[in-house]
Write a new protein. Structure first.
Length: 343
């Protein structure tokens, strides 16, 4: 069964056909599919499907299209062009998702679905392409809102940790995809150094994703418990850690969430400095929106700015939380707009 999601209607700029377009945002746990039916249209008919419950993207799309055909009836037409934003590096035809079992050929999926053209990109490249189009209703800002100009970046703790940038040029917006989530995580103080030392007992390399993600939150919780001497508890899932921390049921879970936000702030400041993202830093992904007010009361912003001689540089950079989890679909549609038909 597919889960119907209220996507809203995010208007797109003038487009070129052929239509309809199929867009997707594919993570380690869920895949979201959407539809652009005509020039100047919006991403519509968004549905969320479980990645583990489908053998691959072609099978998931076929399930989505079968449901959509039932919804649209006689007005349904097979999609002509597509863009998939996937949680993986993209290098050549073969795509292997980092945190799921999906492994597919772009050409093979394109042929299986009868598309004229299929573009596959990193999911955070797509999210970066969406940044200039985000509306105030899709954001929650720490203070000033980011500016849709210059250079922007997005960091997203979800199943993994995505990082990307986008910069404005004379020819339009150009995304800067990368794998920043696998950069080495740094400690600011003795407590964080002890946490990283604890994690290094198990992993030689402690990347940002190793702790700042859904797969990493239980590891961070275990390290916090070990370093602070908290009572031993059964291994908790990321969802349980968030729920217990927000409810005030567990001091170790609450300290884990505070530490998560502090480490994320330091890491986000590093990305802003590296890319020169002076117009704004966005936080995406599925974890931070669940934290709600705790995130805005957390050490995130103070740690974002805590860069010594460059603190004043960071103080001028706006930070915002993306509250619309479907924004990457807008970015996928933007990628089709930028790509001549048939390429």
């Amino acid at each position: 069964m597919s889960d119907i999601v209220n996507a809203g209607r995010v208007p797109l700029q003038a487009d070129t056909g052929p239509f309809p377009w199929l867009v997707a945002d594919i993570g380690g746990s869920n895949a979201r599919f959407g539809w652009v039916g005509s020039a100047g249209g919006a991403v519509e008919h968004v549905r969320k499907l479980s990645v583990p419950q489908h053998a691959g993207p072609a099978e998931a799309v076929q399930s989505y299209l079968s449901d959509l055909a039932g919804t649209l009836g006689g007005s349904f037409q097979a999609p002509r062009r597509g863009a998939f934003a996937v949680a993986s590096t993209i290098a050549g035809d073969r795509v292997t998702l980092t945190n799921s079992h999906w492994d597919f050929s772009t050409a093979g999926v394109c042929a299986a679905l009868g598309l004229d053209d299929l573009l596959v990109m990193n999911d955070f490249e797509a999210l970066a392409l969406a940044l200039p189009h985000l509306q105030p209703s899709q954001l929650r800002c720490h203070a000033a809102a980011p500016l849709p100009s210059g250079t922007l970046c997005v960091i997203g703790p979800g199943t993994g940790l995505g990082v990307a940038g986008i910069t404005e040029t004379a020819h339009g917006w150009v995304a800067l995809p990368g794998e920043g989530g696998h950069a080495t995580l740094a400690a600011l103080d003795d407590f964080e150094a002890a946490l990283l030392a604890q994690v290094r007992r198990r992993y030689e390399h402690v990347s940002a994703e190793r702790l700042l993600s859904g797969i990493g939150l239980p590891l961070l919780h275990g390290a916090v418990a070990a370093v602070t001497g908290a009572p031993s508890v059964a291994t908790l899932t990321a969802e349980e850690i968030v729920a217990r921390g927000l409810a005030g049921q567990d001091a170790c879970c609450r300290q884990t969430l505070d530490t998560f936000c502090a480490l994320l702030g330091s890491f986000a400041g590093n990305v802003a400095l590296t890319l020169g993202a002076r117009s704004g830093v966005y936080i995406g992904g599925g974890i931070v929106p669940r934290l709600a007010d705790l995130f805005f009361a957390s050490p995130f912003r103070a740690r974002f700015e805590a860069k010594g001689r460059f603190s004043s540089y960071l103080q001028q950079i706006p930070t915002a939380l993306i509250t619309d989890t479907l924004s990457a679909l807008t970015g996928a549609a933007a990628a089709i707009r930028q790509r001549p038909s048939g390429r």
